[in-house]
Design a protein around this ligand. Sequence first.
Ligand SMILES: Cc1ncc(COP(=O)(O)O)c(C=O)c1O
Length: 374
Amino acid sequence: MKLKDFAIERYFAKYEFSAKYMMSSSDCDGFGMDEVLSLASTSEKADWLGLKLGYTETRGSIPLRKAIQKHYQNIGLDEIIVTSPGEANFILMNVLLSKGDEVVCMAPMYQSLYQIAKDLGCRLSLWEPIEDEGAWHYEVDSLNHLISEKTKLLIVNFPHNPTGYSPTKEEQLEIIKICRKNDVYIFSDEMYRFLDHTQRARLPSMCDVYEKSISLWGTSKTFGLAGVRIGWITSKDRDLLQKIENFKDYLSICSSAPSEILATIALNNLDYFLQRNLEKIRHNIELFKTFQKKHKALFDFQAPPASSTAFVRFHIESSTAEFAEKLVKETGIMLLPSEAFEYGSEHARIGFGRKNFEEVLSVLDTYLSGSEKP
Ligand SMILES: Cc1ncc(COP(=O)(O)O)c(C=O)c1O
């Protein structure tokens, strides 16, 4: 299979380590090793110091799977496979889909979530959002028109990158109802799980509420530990999990042993990471609200209900790709344009997970005050 280039990742590759300011990152600042290790229990500390750098279990070490299991209602240790998030997605698409299969997926979306299906020769139907002055909503009812008995898979990502949309529990149940009626699998990317900003009840993981689903979560976004490179798939479909394990033998075989311990410590201290990341994201959202009031004519924004990102519409004459290119050259601020999401040329993603966000806004404010109308 030949894969089309991954536009978001190519854009980040160009600027992530050269631009002075990152305004569109979806992850939060990475925590330090010292801080993570300071949270370790006595046995985790002993595991870390006594670690032998051999292979680990293909499905993930037992302490790690036990730590993962705690965050689901009803998932067994043999219903979990640890892989990096991208690998999990790649394997799943390969074991589940064949040329000609019909797939429904959200748009815009993190490219690998639909590109692999597309390049395998599947037919994609897009579940597109309604945009209302900066607020985004996916109408569940429209899935009734997109999904039929011919559909093999629905791919969703809640909380959603880039819009920050997340359905209510009732909407989640409605999605399941439509899929169950048509015997459709759901692949639920939950990389931004628990990054909720409203008082609404937390959404259960799809794998806990739908028997024909596969959920994906990892340490990159919720925890601020992207460098750990650990993710995991959870599902009630044990045959499918076996196929995923068999496929993994051809790729990484197993995860990095030190990373498994760091991920175990993180999962056993979820609230520590979550509280710090949510505080920062919410603070930055408030700063951005104020910034938007000052620059209303330039872009629309409404605080998203969840996630670490927002997708804002710019009211400018140039495309957002041109604006972003000019911005990074003249200020060092990297902004991810919607062209990287193959979603027109009028939006850009904003990332709220970085502590220098206020400084970035101040640089942008000075630039906008001084520059001609973009
Ligand atoms: C929705 C979604 N899924 C998966 C991933 C991949 O996660 P990672 O970068 O940790 O491989 C990302 C990363 O941005 C993402 O936004």
